[in-house]
Design a protein around this ligand. Structure first.
Ligand code: FRU
Length: 484
């Protein structure tokens, strides 16, 4: 480790010590979501199940609740739900990463845990340089930097980052999020036999390609994987215009389903579908775990979307990860389900096996709490209208006549309401995770998902209302804290 690296890591540790009591005292801190010990967290990085331990790294600015020269923070877990904070994995100490060890991924090779990430460099005038870098570890905790393995190819601007690496047959592949010199977002493929020499295979798709018209000026955090016989490309495009209920956030995250021909480096794919229809969801990353499941974490935030309005800033921290989710391909749609292990975090439960939800609205004894899971299912008939009010801060509304599902919330700095919506014909079930200042809604077993931050001012109380006095089952569990 260089002296500079040691020094930066020490400063980060001091920053954690300095503010940890303030972070701990925040009523909005989360019990069962990964959050930064201090400062700003953004993208999930290097998510891997390695030698019997789950590792999740994250983009981290320890010094401010704003973006800057990112570190890689690190959590590990034996069971995917209780997490332990580990030493900082990467600090931006070298010339090729001096303005940030940006996002990337992890692989297992030769008994080592190898990280590929983007070295971000900016000069005084704000001119950018980008380098794809490698770091390795034998114990999964301490990393040795191996330096730059890939420089910027011709035809792209320096917005070229977030390498995701995987193996196919006997070769390694890397997909990178890019911007062409014509300001078009692209996903760019490379191939390597030794993980050090990388051959450019070309942009496999992107804005203004043979399969897409205008589709954003930059693509971030691509992830390409095989699921149920299909090649799925997840990506976070920037610059999509809002249309109808779509693309309402500042930036989007979604996927294409198709087939990647590795011989010709061509990807035939269908249309883009947003992964999450709520307010805060970006830069998801996936991996396959010991049981063969395709798992996903995402950043529960969106770049430049009310980032300076979060009340947690007063307590020296901002942002969190989503809960871990398992991906399933159902027809031509990716379903997201909370991982099974999350049920291990359940403690006290309250169950209403057959409750009539009235048209006037009602609360239910015991259906409340700061960190809870809620399942509403077994409807005796299809509800025409169903609402849940959450602490006068958020509201969930299903309207069958309009085939519309809505999540409303109060803005972070005023009582004004904002909405996110998606088309939905029928409501069969709702699974809701509430964690002091977040909500994740899984509709009809993960057919649609809404993720958002909410900042209730009082106790977290829920009330229910339905259009036609509908009978259903409502269960609630308190959720344990995941921090050791
Ligand atoms: C996405 C992103 C990535 C970049 C990282 C920097 O949120 O902008 O493209 O690598 O964050 O923190």
């Amino acid at each position: 480790m260089t002296e500079r690296e040691q020094e930066l890591m020490k400063q980060a540790t001091l920053e954690v010590e300095k503010h940890q009591s303030s972070v701990q005292a925040d009523k909005y801190r989360l019990d069962f979501h990964i959050m930064p010990p201090v400062g700003l967290l953004n993208d999930p990085n290097g998510f891997i199940d390695w030698n019997g331990t789950y590792h999740l790294f994250y983009q981290w600015n320890p010094f401010k609740t704003a973006h800057g020269a990112k570190f890689w923070g690190h959590y590990s877990s034996k069971d995917l739900v209780t997490w332990q904070s580990e030493n900082t994995a990467l600090a931006p100490s070298e010339w090729f990463e001096k303005n940030g060890c940006y996002s990337g991924s992890a692989i297992d090779h030769d008994g080592k845990l190898k990280l590929f990430y983007t070295g971000n460099v900016k000069d005084e005038q704000g001119n950018r340089e980008t380098y794809q870098c490698l770091a390795e570890s034998e114990d999964g905790i301490t990393f040795t930097k191996k330096g730059v393995v890939l420089t910027l190819p011709k035809g792209y601007t320096a917005h070229f980052r977030d390498p995701k690496v995987w193996k196919h047959n006997d070769s390694w592949y890397m997909i990178i999020g890019a911007q062409s010199e014509q300001q078009e977002g692209k996903a760019v493929l490379f191939q390597s036999e030794n993980l050090v020499d990388w051959q450019y295979r070309g942009a496999i798709t992107g804005s203004h390609s043979d399969q897409l018209d205008e589709f954003g000026y930059m693509w971030e955090c691509p992830d390409l994987f095989h699921l149920n016989g299909q090649d799925i490309l997840i990506v976070s495009p920037q610059g999509l215009e809002p249309t109808g209920t779509y693309y309402q956030n500042t930036y989007q995250s979604g996927y294409f389903i198709g087939e990647l021909d590795y011989e010709t480096a061509t990807y035939r794919h269908g249309s883009f579908t947003e992964l999450d229809r709520g307010f805060e969801f970006y830069a998801p990353q996936t991996m396959v775990d010991r049981y063969g499941r395709r798992l996903l974490f995402a950043w529960m935030g969106v770049p430049e979307q009310y980032e300076d309005e979060h009340p947690t800033i007063d307590h020296h921290w901002i942002h969190a990860m989503t809960i871990p989710r398992e991906l399933k391909l159902v027809g031509s749609k990716l379903y997201q389900k909370p991982v099974e292990e999350l049920t291990n975090l359940r403690s006290e439960g309250v169950s209403y096996d057959r409750v009539t939800i009235s048209e006037q609205g009602q609360t239910l004894a015991g259906i409340e709490g700061g960190a809870i899971e809620l399942i509403i299912d077994d409807f005796a008939e299809h509800p025409n209208h169903f609402e849940i009010n959450i602490s006068e801060t958020a509201k969930v509304v299903f309207d069958r006549e309009q085939s519309l599902f809505t999540l409303e919330r109060k803005k972070f700095t005023s009582d004004e309401v904002e909405v996110r919506q998606c088309a939905l014909d029928e409501l069969h079930s709702l699974r809701i995770y509430l964690d002091h200042s977040s909500i994740e809604l899984f509709i009809n077993d993960g057919e649609e998902v809404f993720t958002a931050r909410i900042f209730p001012t009082g106790e977290q109380l829920l009330s229910f209302l339905s259009g036609q006095s509908v009978k259903c089952r409502i269960r609630k569990w308190d959720i344990h804290s995941i921090y050791k």
